[in-house]
Design a protein around this ligand. Structure first.
Ligand SMILES: CSC[C@H]1O[C@H](OP(=O)(O)O)[C@H](O)[C@@H]1O
Length: 352
């Protein structure tokens, strides 16, 4: 049984509280859009695809028992709630793109005179519920495309030593994962010697979440400190790096967890292929390059403390950007559910 960050059944939504992992595995109920917004803001649920799915499903939970005076009233409520959910975290684009698509759908249903208000609500909720299965299918395609493309650079009988950063697995998506999906596909094909993964300070997505997933799936692994990446590449002959994405600009510049950029620079220095793994729901075709991506800054307490344990001296000044931008020039390939593309190919692929 694979790990499930999100449990949804006919209007009931629960999420695994990722702030408590790996020591406690506790599901919490999401009963409203406010609950969804708070769970995303506090990072009880995180990961670009999972943020969009939980945000949208929290709207399903809220809409299901409600009745509305008119289709216009229903569309207005949908629009207001989705625009509120977008404000929970600014860097990942998935929630924004899902909101745009769903508002377009709501307007289409509102103006379709052949369907009544109950049909409109049912069709709208069903469209959101389909996001779960689609994300899992996309991730399995990403995993297989990525494994195949990375292996092309190695002899037939190779087993790879991979490096990844942060958490991009079943705890960041509806299941299987993006970059960790590529690792899972390599492992399933018996082509993975080992995956090295970083702690990913300060939220420790690697040490807490990726470790939890790799141990659960019995995938060969080694945890390393964020500051060890250059020494690792210099001594362990890393085959390739694969990481996730929160927002990919149309030129291929990519925002991902803080620390990704310096891994890309180090990989470039050591001539290690560097891949981004992300579904098309993470590609923002409206922004030309990475300079337009808003980088979320998180509270200093997330650096100075681990849970309730204070690490840093009281009164210390902090800078805590949650993401950085890796320029397309450092990216070998962008692994998507439709295939693997060089950054410069993205514009044509997105438009096709
Ligand atoms: C497939 S998850 C993508 C992305 O989201 C994570 O950020 P966070 O844990 O702050 O939500 C990380 O950047 C992953 O690479």
């Amino acid at each position: 049984m694979t790990l499930q960050a999100i449990k949804y059944q006919n209007g009931d939504l629960e999420i695994l509280d990722q702030l408590l992992l790996p020591h406690n595995s506790k599901y919490i109920s999401i009963k409203s859009v406010n609950d969804g917004w708070n769970a995303i803001k506090t990072m009880q649920v995180r990961g670009a695809p999972a943020i969009a799915i939980v945000g949208c499903l929290s709207l399903c939970v809220e809409l299901k028992p409600q009745s509305f005076q008119s289709k216009t009233a229903l569309r207005e409520e949908i629009e207001a709630k989705l625009n509120y959910l977008i404000t929970s975290r600014p860097t990942a684009v998935n929630m924004k793109l899902a909101a745009e698509d769903l508002i377009t759908l709501a307007i289409k249903l509102e103006t379709n005179n052949s369907i009544n208000i109950n049909d409109m609500k049912e069709k709208f909720i069903s469209a959101i519920e389909k996001m779960l299965e689609k994300d899992i299918a996309d991730n399995q395609a990403i995993g297989d495309h990525g494994a195949k493309d990375i292996l092309r650079g190695f002899p037939e009988d190779s087993k790879l030593r991979m490096l990844t950063h942060c958490n991009t697995g079943s705890l960041a998506t509806a299941g299987y994962g993006t970059a960790l999906g590529v690792i899972r596909s390599l492992h399933a094909a018996n082509k993975l010697e080992n995956v090295y993964f970083t702690e990913t300070r300060p939220y420790n997505q690697g040490a807490r979440l990726t470790a939890y997933e790799l141990i659960h799936d019995k995938i060969p692994h080694t945890l390393v400190g964020d500051s060890m990446v250059a020494a690792l590449m210099n001594t362990k002959s890393i085959s390739a790096v694969v990481v996730g994405a929160d927002r990919v600009a149309i030129n291929g510049d990519t925002a991902n967890k803080i620390g990704t950029y310096q891994i890309a620079v180090t990989a470039n220095h050591h001539k290690v292929p560097f891949y981004i793994a992300a579904p098309f729901t993470s590609i923002d075709k409206k922004i030309p390059d990475g300079t337009h991506i808003v980088i979320e800054e998180r509270p200093a307490t997330e650096m100075t403390h681990i849970g309730n344990l204070q690490l840093a001296a009281s009164g210390v000044n902090c800078w805590n950007p949650a993401f950085d931008v890796t320029p397309a020039s450092l990216i070998t390939g962008i692994i998507t559910e439709r295939g693997v593309f060089r950054p410069e190919e993205l514009q044509n692929v997105v438009d096709s």
